[in-house]
Design a protein around this ligand. Structure first.
Ligand code: NAD
Length: 442
């Protein structure tokens, strides 16, 4: 029998941990949704109560306010967050998001997902996430540099190369990581320079970054698909794909899939949606987005967002933001498989409908784990003052992704659950074992 995702609302009524920790009962709350899914998986494997309550809340929630001088001389105050969810398996690890809609609950959810993801792909990191409430499109490059440097300085005493290691996420790039690392290193001069360098990953290759990191999350989406698609009778060559969000994750997944013979026929982002039944040149589209800031204006038929969701494809890759596939979109989607490039793009209500409609969902903690995996490789290279060639990075990434996919499929077979629950089970079993041998201090 196949167990499908239970609604957050139903779980809030059922799960004593939700009650015990006094969670808000709002079923639209992202944190409640993500934790509820984990608790459902935890119940299936009888995870110890003490591990459930530890994982249901982050260890540390840091909130800072810091002033930054604008180009015209006036100052603005910004709000930043760093959430350190869990470090049972290694240092906290997770991206920094620069977006006008960053809230504590989102950052908590994303930090929680990092704990699960690192455990599933077996990289020795815990989970963290951070962000600044800022719209990068409203600021000059010099203002964003000062925001990055001042945010680094505001959280500097709470992070570190062996303790909490940020990386890029929505609205941040390798350039932001370079400013961040430089600020950290300049403020810790006198300490070993190599140590400071690995306070962040996702840096430019010229400044301690790893080959293959920029495309890593998209590459991981593709590696996972290649491993799992035969289970549903699909193969990459010739398949039709739609991509929601054409930033780092979406554009790289699209470019790699196209190079492997897939046709990307529909793309949407914050500027609009386009369709081309003969397939887009995704390399040219990525270049267009770099220059124009979005897909709008690229040759193809302009379609509405609803028409984007309704485009018949084999695989849809949501690679934009959270909660974009609600019950409404789930009813419209005409895909056989959804590979979650974004974190938490599907709500529990959306998930239920997709399951009812027989649409297979490859969950985010598996599908998009390639980014943190190559971040780990970058951290190892910095730590050992070594450089891996691209073949080594791709080979090791593929090994981690394939093993994580197999762990997930095994859990699905063993417990008769959907892929999302199975991925959580595979992650929780690993953390559960770490806690049982470590014990709980004191
Ligand atoms: P990005 O900033 O490079 O791109 C974000 C994309 O989302 C852009 O194309 C933007 O236009 C689009 N978008 C934003 N709002 C939208 C809306 N309302 N409708 C449609 N499209 C919208 O970010 P990214 O790094 O590619 O991250 C995308 C997702 O992948 C996020 O959920 C992120 O947490 C997740 N993720 C990123 C990485 C990574 O290595 N960058 C790793 C794992 C997971």
């Amino acid at each position: 029998m196949s167990t499908t995702a239970v609604s957050a609302q139903k779980l809030a009524e059922l799960d004593p941990v939700i009650e015990e920790l006094g969670f808000p009962r709002d079923p639209d709350n992202l944190y409640l949704q993500t934790v509820s899914t984990m608790l459902q998986a935890a119940d299936i494997i009888d995870l110890k109560h003490r591990v459930k309550i530890i994982l249901a809340q982050p260890k540390n929630e840091i909130m800072v306010h810091f002033p930054v001088r604008m180009d015209d001389g006036h100052h603005r105050l910004f709000k930043g967050y760093r959430v350190q969810h869990n470090n049972a398996l290694g240092p906290y690890k997770g991206g920094l998001r620069f977006h006008h809609n960053v809230h504590l609950d989102d950052v908590k959810s994303l930090a929680f997902l990092m704990t699960m993801k690192c455990s599933l792909v077996r990289v020795p990191f815990g989970g963290g996430k951070g962000g600044v409430k800022v719209n990068p499109r409203e600021h000059s490059v010099t203002e964003m540099e000062r925001v990055t440097r001042r945010f680094c300085s505001a959280i500097m005493n709470s992070i570190g190369p062996e303790y909490d290691i940020p990386a890029p996420d929505v609205g941040t790039t390798a350039q932001h990581m370079a400013w961040f690392a430089d600020t950290y290193m300049m403020s810790n001069e006198g300490k070993d320079a190599n140590t400071g360098l690995r306070v962040v990953t996702g840096k430019p290759v010229e400044f301690g970054g790893s080959l293959g990191r920029e495309k890593a999350t998209g590459q991981g989406v593709v590696d996972t698909l290649v491993e799992l698609l035969p289970e549903v009778g699909l193969k990459v060559a010739g398949m039709k794909v739609s991509v929601l969000g054409f930033g780092n994750v979406g554009s790289w997944a699209a470019r790699i899939l196209q190079d492997m013979g897939a046709k990307v026929i529909a793309v949407a982002d914050h500027t609009g949606a386009i369709r081309s039944d003969s397939g887009f040149d995704c390399h040219a589209l990525a270049e267009h987005c770099r220059i124009e800031g979005g897909v709008k204006g690229f040759p193809g038929d302009t379609i509405t967002t609803d028409e984007f969701y309704q485009t018949p494809v084999d695989v849809m890759v949501p690679a934009a933001l959270e909660q974009m596939i609600t019950s409404r979109e789930a009813q419209m989607i005409k895909a056989k498989v959804i590979a979650e490039g974004a974190n938490a793009p599907t709500t529990p209500a959306g998930d239920r409908i997709l399951a009812e409609r027989g649409i297979e969902v490859v969950p985010a903690i598996l599908a998009n784990a390639g980014g943190v995996t190559v971040s780990y490789f970058e951290w190892v290279q910095n730590k050992t003052s070594s450089y891996w060639d691209i073949e080594q990075v791709d080979r090791e990434l593929n090994r981690h992704m394939v093993m994580a996919a197999r762990r997930t499929v095994l859990a699905r077979q063993k417990y008769g659950v959907d892929l999302r629950t199975a991925a959580y089970i595979a992650a929780l079993e690993h953390i559960g074992k770490a806690y049982s041998v470590r014990g709980i201090f004191p």
